[in-house]
Ligand binder design. Structure first.
Ligand code: UD1
Ligand code: CA
Length: 452
């Protein structure tokens, strides 16, 4: 059966106290609405219709994609009114309603819900709550058959004792929706067109309301303020951490791990505390990541070791290679197998060949460094003249003395050596020592100044 999805995202979110529209606030580095859209996509609907209102332009700009249809609700007159704005675009046999501020809804739950929908039946996602205050209540008859949803503010004291709450998420037969929405009225406590009133209409029309339960409260929690936003964040991270542990990753403390993107992991990976993974990260078997590392859009090959406080972005660390503590690998950094990068070394657009080493305090930018080459402490590639960038090429088994400045463009052949403190401005042939520094003078009998 064909499917249209409507995502309600027009509300203001006053309690966020923010210039940013509520649905753009991030959970795990991605906007809440972005999460909902990605989940919606997995259901392969014929259309995804996003109802926007507050901050509409910004929302549209940030999330624009070919498969999304944005619908403007210029005045927020209620959830029923919001869905009605999308109505002219809907043509599928089933319509699923989601919320831009309910980001943790899982695709499996929605699939279960959608199985309930037919010409004669709709599917309603409910949740049992310890404290249902604020939620619409699911009203059932003596046989447990759903009759209606009553909003908290409209509910009698007796109805408020009902612990089964409306998540807001429902799936209905598309052919009926227009008729029901057309009959909504706003004569209720809030003066809004409630989407929830379609439940009683469906019952009156002889349809069955089949309910499905959300896994837990967090799955269907909407963020109304930054406290709830942080709860969603922690719950997301708790789920992510569990998933990784199930896949064979040791997390020293799952409460101090953050995933802001996607990661694929091998076996026997160990991740110490306060590690943040961002974007697309690939971690192969046996990798060890020390505490306080940020790793973004990077690939860590088998057995690589990332020591404490390292920052990697757009980098690849080869098999058995290691970096840190306090290493910074910027985009285009490529460490070959068993290469070594030590503390306070920054790489940008630089390749270290197999077994090459840069142990301490260096900047290596726009560089190609051959296998087994050793970069002494304090070495700098001078790759920028203020206008243009130039390349440094070092062959294999090169030895760069400490505190060398390699003024690019410059090329050093295999087995070349530079003396410590050299400023290397010209190419050095293979097997040659280059010394580019003032010759030492010793002044015999020199007297230190003394106080008068
Ligand atoms: C709604 C449900 C309630 C349910 C609760 C779950 C209704 C009438 N009530 O109540 O039964 O228990 O969600 O959280 O549906 N929105 C628009 N345009 C509007 C109004 C709302 O896009 O004109 C969007 C909001 O941005 C929000 C969502 O719809 O994402 C829910 O609206 P809200 O006003 O928060 O509904 P609740 O009172 O929480
Ligand atoms: Ca709400």
């Amino acid at each position: 059966m064909s499917l249209d999805i409507v995502i309600l995202a027009a509300g203001q979110g006053t309690r966020m106290r923010s210039a940013l529209p509520k649905v753009l606030h991030p959970v795990a580095g991605k906007s809440m609405l972005g999460h909902v859209i990605d989940t919606a996509r997995q259901l392969k609907p014929q259309g995804i219709h996003v109802v926007i209102g507050h901050g509409a332009e910004l929302v549209r700009e940030r999330l624009a994609a070919d498969d999304l249809n944005f619908v403007l609700q210029s005045e927020q007159l209620g959830t029923g009114h919001a869905v009605a704005q999308a109505l002219p675009m809907l043509s599928a046999e089933r319509v699923l309603i989601l919320y831009g501020d309910v980001p943790l809804i899982e695709v499996e739950t929605l699939q279960r819900l959608l199985l309930k929908v037919s010409e004669q039946q709709l599917g309603l996602l409910t949740v049992n709550l310890n404290d249902p205050t604020g939620y619409g209540r699911i009203v059932r008859d003596d046989n447990g058959v759903v009759q209606a949803i009553v909003e908290h503010k409209d509910a009698s004291l007796e109805q408020r004792l009902i612990s089964e709450g409306n998540t807001g998420i429902l799936a209905v037969p598309g052919t009926r929706l227009g008729d029901w929405l057309g009959r909504l009225s706003n004569s209720n406590v809030q003066g809004e067109y409630y989407l929830t009133d379609v439940i009683a209409m469906a019952v009156a029309d002889g349809l069955v309301v089949a309910t499905e339960q959300a896994t837990d409260e967090m799955e269907v929690l909407g963020a109304n303020d930054r406290i709830q936003l942080s709860q969603l964040e922690r719950h997301y991270q708790y789920r992510a951490a569990r998933r990784l542990m199930v896949q064979g990753v040791t997390l020293i403390d799952p409460a101090r791990f953050d995933l802001r993107g996607e990661v694929t992991v091998g076996r026997d990976v160990s991740i110490d505390i306060n590690v943040i993974l961002e974007g697309q990260v690939v971690i192969e078997d046996g990798v060890q990541i020390g505490p306080n590392c940020v790793i973004k859009n990077s690939i860590l090959r088998q057995g690589a070791i990332i020591k404490a406080n390292s920052h990697l972005e757009g980098a690849e660390v080869g098999e058995g290679a290691d970096c840190g503590p306090f290493a910074r690998l910027r985009p285009g950094s490529l460490l070959g197998a068993r290469a070594h990068v030590g503390n306070f070394v920054e790489l940008k657009n630089a390749t270290l060949g197999e077994g090459a080493k840069a142990g301490h305090l260096s900047y290596l930018g726009d560089a190609e460094i051959g296998a087994r080459t050793n970069i002494g402490a304090g070495t700098i590639t001078c790759n920028y003249d203020g206008a243009n960038k130039f390349k440094t090429v070092l062959g294999e088994d090169v030895f760069i003395g400490s505190n060398s400045a390699l003024v690019a463009p410059v090329t050093l052949g295999d087995c070349a050596t530079t003396g410590a403190g050299s400023v290397i401005t010209g190419d050095v042939p293979a097997n040659t020592l280059a010394v580019g520094r003032a010759k030492q003078r010793n002044i015999e009998g020199w007297k230190r100044p003394t106080k008068k």
